[in-house]
Design a protein around this ligand. Structure first.
Ligand code: SAM
Ligand code: SF4
Length: 329
């Protein structure tokens, strides 16, 4: 098991497949992009599958989520999914993506064994989409979403980040649209994980703001607390059901006490928290021919040292060196 000193057990592995992206969301990375990882530093497909194999067979991982950067940019993605689906025990598998390219790949991903997708979409207005992501690709995202739904990668979840002055007024429209299309919408509070360090507490849209805005158009009933488990989203039943809406309030209502996550970066570093400032190098162990037991031991040790919380409320909080796109959100 991957257990820490507070007794939390990690069963959910987030794997970043690349730090590159074809969008430039303002809350994530600058217009010019970032200094991408060099190819030799990236884990190979074989190395990724080996680490996931160790995680599911020796460390109690039950769920694997592929992310990035934009994971659909990884050429070997379908093959990786297929090989992970053949592992024993077979983990649940999902993908967090901006949806560009999903139209082309959804059926192949489903066939390879992917269970679900989370697609990030912050606005339904083409002009706002272009400002927010710095690319004119809304149509591609909508087509990708439809393809994912048709391929059975369900429930299709949507991640939305609201930004003041851009799409902060769009929460009710996004929810009405998501309900009509049978997508499960979750709002994510903007976190201090952007490469430009532009986040400010005063300049973010909070869970309170989002709920107040949704209440103007919908009747929301809180889901029973025992239904939440370790899920980061608090959820509400929309207008009596069956649809639900979630809010991931990492900043104003942190859920660190129930965290069950461990993260692997595209260059083979283990992070025990999104906000951790330390990483543990598994790539060096992999490339020095360490046996599986040794890699599992290093991974366990990395998780043992997980801090109680993100530290966001501490005046001494320091943003991690890597931005969200390089950690794997
Ligand atoms: N490119 C893929 C995507 O956008 O879904 C996967 C990687 S992205 C880093 C994963 C999620 O992190 C997205 O839903 C994105 O909206 C979210 N995200 C990125 N930067 C964020 C920030 N500063 N605060 C909150 N969420 C953020
Ligand atoms: Fe790319 Fe996702 Fe970051 Fe947007 S949030 S720039 S899609 S990695």
């Amino acid at each position: 098991m991957l257990i820490d000193t507070y007794g939390r057990v990690a069963t959910d592995l987030r794997v970043s497949l690349t730090d590159r992206c074809n969008l430039r969301c303002t809350y994530c990375m600058p217009e010019e992009g970032l200094q991408w990882l060099a190819k030799p530093d990236l884990l190979t497909d074989d190395e990724i599958v080996r680490l996931i194999d160790i995680a599911v067979t020796s460390l109690g991982i039950e769920e694997v989520r592929f992310t990035g950067g934009e994971p659909l940019l990884r050429p070997g993605l379908v093959g990786i999914v297929e090989r992970v689906a053949a592992l024993e025990p077979r983990p649940q598998m999902s993908l967090t993506t901006n949806g560009i390219g999903l139209k082309r790949t959804a059926t192949a991903l489903k066939k390879a064994g992917l269970d679900r997708v989370n697609v990030s979409l912050d606005t339904l207005r083409p002009d706002v989409f272009k400002t927010l992501t710095r690319r004119d690709r809304l149509k591609d995202v909508l087509a990708g979403l439809e393809a994912a739904h048709d391929a059975g990668l369900t429930p299709v979840k949507i991640n939305s980040v609201l930004m003041p002055g851009l799409n902060a007024d769009e929460a009710p429209d996004l929810l009405a649209w998501a309900v009509a299309h049978d997508y499960e919408l979750r709002f994510i509070e903007q976190m201090p994980l952007d490469a430009q360090h532009g986040w400010t507490r005063d300049g973010m849209v909070t869970a309170g703001d989002i709920l107040a805005s949704l209440h103007t158009r919908f009747d929301l009933t809180p889901e029973r607390s025992d239904e939440r488990g370790s899920a980061p989203a608090e959820r509400w039943i929309v207008d009596g059901g069956p649809h639900r809406v979630g809010v991931i309030a990492s900043v104003t209502r942190p859920f660190c006490g129930a965290c069950d996550r461990t993260r692997l970066t595209a260059d083979g570093q283990i992070r025990n928290c999104l906000f951790a400032r330390e990483e543990t190098d598994l790539r060096a162990a992999l490339r020095s021919d360490a046996p599986d037991e040794e890699i599992a031991r290093i991974w366990r040790l990395a998780m043992w040292g997980k801090k109680a919380g993100s530290g966001l409320d501490d005046p001494s909080f320091l943003q991690p060196d890597r931005p969200m796109s390089a950690i794997g959100g």
